[in-house]
Write a protein that binds this ligand. Structure first.
Ligand SMILES: [Zn+2]
Length: 72
């Protein structure tokens, strides 16, 4: 499992103390039966988590593209 770093803005807790993170499982999520970080499972900071969750029916690369168009 990767440490929490927002997949969208790439901030982590060292950049922003008190920033909360959550995981979103996308359509291309594949569980791993070994240690590591599963495909399609991404961290988001609290600022981007809510919008990311709305896109969980998409695969992760499509969802990231859509997020970019929402926030930029
Ligand atoms: Zn973020």
């Amino acid at each position: 499992m990767q440490p929490p770093i927002c997949s969208f803005c790439h901030r982590d807790q060292r950049d922003c103390e008190g920033l909360e993170f959550g995981l979103v499982k996308f359509a291309n999520y594949e569980p791993l039966d070994r240690p590591g970080h599963p495909k399609g499972l991404l961290w988001f900071c609290s600022e981007h988590l809510e919008e990311a969750k709305k896109l969980e029916g998409l695969d992760s690369s499509t969802a990231l593209k859509q997020l970019r168009s929402l926030f930029m």
